[in-house]
Design a protein. Sequence first.
Length: 550
Amino acid sequence: MRICGIKTTHDGGVALIENGKLIFSYEMEKLDNRERYSKIDDLGIVFGLLAEHGYAPGDIDHFVFDGWYKTKKILNWFGQEVEIELAPYRRGILGGDVFQEYSGKVLDLPYLSYTHYAGHVASGYCTSPFAKRGESSYVLSWDAWMFPYLYFIDGETGKARNLGTLFHLIGDSYFSLCQGFKPFDGPMKFPEPLSLAGKIMAYIANGTPHPDAIAHLNRLATEAYEQAMADHRTEEDHFSQRDMGVAVLEYMKPRIRLQDGAVTDVDMLASVHAFLQQKLLAGLQEKLSTETTGIRNLAIVGGCGLNIKWNSAIRDSGLVDEVWIPPFPNDSGSAIGTASAAMLARTEHRALEWDVHSGPTLKPVDILDGWSAKECSLEGLAKILHEQGRPVVFLNGRAELGPRALGHRSILAPAVDAGMKQVLNEAKSREDYRPVAPICLEHRAGEIFSPGTADPYMLFDHQVKDEWVSKVPAIRHLDGTARLQTVNAEQSPEIAQLLTAYERLSGIPLLCNTSANLNGSGFFPDVQSAMSWGRVSQIWSDSVLYTKID
């Protein structure tokens, strides 16, 4: 069975599953240097991507659209406008069957649709090692306009049991509450808020959570929920999560500062982070304490699944034995997710066979004036990185899925000089407090980081061990942590080969890794884009080194 998942709204994407295997997943922002979070406005692009892989529309058994809060969507279809009726973003607070199916027809094409958060839940479970092993799992889903919900997915049937909400704060609360404090208090237009959470998570390393501030936030959250319910005396499931979430935030935001002003802005930011983390852990503990399944598996999805510090706190809490987070827990995985929901409902497949490098292939190279090209092996590139100590754009194979560069659309650089972080942030036009991630051989990570466990998708916090701080200062954040990515020869053979060669020369089994993209756009789709950008003078791709001529 062939299932094509389509996300039309921000972070638009197209994914194809055939007989339980992911054939491709293309996010619109990774095509042609499009703006980050690009939408799909023309269904022609869906049919075009299918055609690139040898499929006609008639070859697809089910087209499946991701749901949204605006359920009516106007799209172009070969020059004419058509209306798609989407499933809702989410149902009410007391929602029952998360995988409730909606259906429709556009011209002669029938389609299915699932709620937006159903796609998150399905992607979290179906891509997990739990599904692959035929095991059941809990799934924690917390996205922008939804409360953190816990589900139990039966590994045999694929059915979901709703355990309810952990607390009544939507995912957008993280950045929204932080907008009351510098440096995040300026005016902002959509889609700028979508990138704000990651900046906050980096910036709070400058601050310290304050007990009085956390206690104040807890009181405010309780008052805000009580006030919201008092103002809306309809049944709870008729008061939407978005309405309640906004009402709670509107109550909290003007009251968020302590009256005596004793807590600095940066400490208040750290306190907001700690407050939400504590609520997350307490809510999860309360829900799991009533469960008698004996299952100790947990998948985390939704945009909040990109918060590596919350993920690490859950992993370290002892509440579960194993935590899984896909590399696309946010809306970048929604096309895969909505297709996975249909896979659970319409097939016997529970586990999705997938590869993180299932994005677009690199376009053919057109060498621009002012650039030279020569053959260069991975060993040769390792020597250049070691001897020259400068960044290199590394473009290889199919693009990685999700928002983080994992070695196929990366800028790599030695980490032995603390100044490299500034060099990379200036090249990327990023704030100076933003960290640079390490990409490290998996079997060596435990020597350098704590816990240093396998982390192929940069989704957990790792402490840099004292004896390595002076050796790799560029990848160490202000709080002593690093957003580690581990690689091995099976997952990423070229990167593993490069790191092995670099270690032979330097004694260091890691490099700095940051995304290769234009500011405000998705990953480079070709070498020519990196040349046009020109802020890094060397580009390696497919055993060729391209060098900017001085």
